[in-house]
Design a protein around this ligand. Structure first.
Ligand code: FAD
Length: 404
């Protein structure tokens, strides 16, 4: 019902013309950049405050599912994205100890056919650069500008330096540790440790090509997942198959901050002792690794402050485990929806209803995705035993039917 009302409202709003607003965005990650692009293109002025001294991302890969690539292609990034990416031909799940294939689904052109857009693997820095170039004409960006507080009634942000800025709307795109989120929920609200952490590493595929056991992972790019008790590994080629990205999920041992830090390669290898020989060979090629403790949060009732001037997007409102590879996709979808909604505003009085429409359109999808990611943690990490055998059997039946 709420969704229908929002759609009816959206239809009415779309009949009229634009009323330029000033948006202030806190945080210049993938979500903040996408929002700057979408709202700027919709005719609004956009100021972005970023605490870091430069726009950069960790050295790691990212999966771009069709729901995200569809938007990026629509925004004119199709060619650049294709050149920077690798298109996995399939996804394979393997048993951790033996490497036996338990699940396989063809991707490649099937993704374009079934979802109207490709599935890509890309380096995070390449995606960030693409969005940065897209957003630059539309935003005034302040680096080294950490927002210390937000006054929702005045629509004002105060930087750590003491400078203040005003906006008609303030968007918290400040990630999993969002401070804007606490303002919106009205009480202290901290990220929840999920119990897991991720090692991330990139290895040169030139090394893999020297080993006949590893060569097929480069020659036939796919998403390979090894699943075992309490741990799993996701691995895929990026950058024209010149690099191989490894994400190694395992129990977090006491890291308390959602930050990546240099990890111990020896501990990383020990974490996967006893896994199949190809995993051992891949880990032997890792020269350094980052470790990132994984936090998420419970779904929120609302993403909008009662003042109607502050709202959240991306990880600030729906941080999730990366076990569905959807965090960035959801953040960028949020931005796209905000851009469409605010492209036909005719008066300030419509700000609150438009934010309500944004929430009505986005909240159910993002909440489902957050919860599904938590469920995948259980499914992927089942201990050996009856439940794991049932899981593998169901995956194997899927494998057989897809091979038929
Ligand atoms: P962020 O990228 O965290 O950006 C927030 C920005 O706000 C940062 O630049 C920060 O410096 C800035 N900031 C914070 N506080 C302030 C402040 N007070 N003032 C000013 N600036 C501030 N997603 C996918 O779609 N596909 C994947 O394959 C995938 N794999 C992942 C693998 C791992 C191991 C992890 C951890 C995540 C993965 N994700 C993936 C999720 C994805 O990385 C996040 O969901 C996404 O980066 C969120 O973007 P964001 O812009 O909301 O937040």
């Amino acid at each position: 019902m709420k969704l229908l009302q929002s759609c009816a409202f959206l239809f009415l709003v779309m009949l009229f013309n634009n009323h330029p607003l000033h948006f202030v965005i806190v945080g210049c990650g993938l979500g903040g950049l996408a929002a700057a692009h979408c709202l700027g293109r919709a005719g609004h002025t956009v100021t972005v405050f970023e605490g870091a001294s430069c726009i950069a991302d960790v050295g790691a890969g990212i999966q771009i599912s069709p729901n995200l690539s569809r938007l990026l292609v629509r925004w004119g990034l199709g060619d650049e994205l294709r050149k920077a990416s690798v298109k996995p031909q399939s996804i394979t799940f393997r048993r951790y100890k033996t490497g036996q294939r338990v699940g396989w689904t063809p991707w490649g052109e099937n993704m374009d056919r079934d979802y109207g857009a490709p599935y890509y693997h890309v380096h995070r820095a390449d995606l960030l650069n693409m969005l940065f170039k897209l957003a630059t004409p539309y935003m005034t960006l302040f680096l080294n500008s950490r927002v210390a507080s937000v006054d929702p009634n005045l629509g004002q942000v105060t930087l750590e330096s003491g400078r203040t800025f005003h906006g008609d709307v303030i968007l918290g795109a400040d990630g999993v540790k969002s401070m804007v989120r606490e303002l919106v929920v009205g009480h202290p609200d901290k990220p929840i440790p999920t119990g897991d952490a991720a090692y991330r590493a990139i290895i040169p595929t030139s090394e893999m090509m020297k080993d006949p056991d590893l060569k097929p992972f480069v020659e036939h790019p796919e998403m390979t997942g090894w699943i075992g008790p309490g741990r799993h590994i996701m691995a895929y080629c990026i950058r024209g198959s010149k690099e191989y990205n490894l994400v190694m999920l395992h129990p977090n041992r006491g890291l308390r901050e959602a930050y990546n830090v240099e990890g111990s390669v020896d501990k990383m290898r020990a974490d996967y002792a006893g896994w199949e020989p190809r995993v051992q060979k891949l880990l032997a090629l890792v020269s350094s690794t980052l470790i990132w403790p994984l936090f998420d949060r419970d779904p929120l009732d609302t993403w909008i402050h009662p003042s109607g001037k502050v709202a959240l997007l991306g990880d600030s409102c729906h941080p999730m485990l990366p076990y569905r590879a959807q965090g960035s996709a959801m953040a960028i979808e949020d931005a796209a929806v905000l851009g469409v909604l605010f492209s036909h505003i005719t008066s300030r009085g419509q700000i609150r209803p438009l934010l309500d429409a944004y929430q009505a359109l986005r909240h159910p999808r993002c909440t489902d995705t957050q919860l599904a990611a938590r469920l995948n943690q259980k499914i992927f990490h089942l201990p050996d035993g009856a439940e794991q055998e049932a899981r593998d059997l169901s995956m194997r039946q899927g494998l057989e039917s897809s091979l038929r």
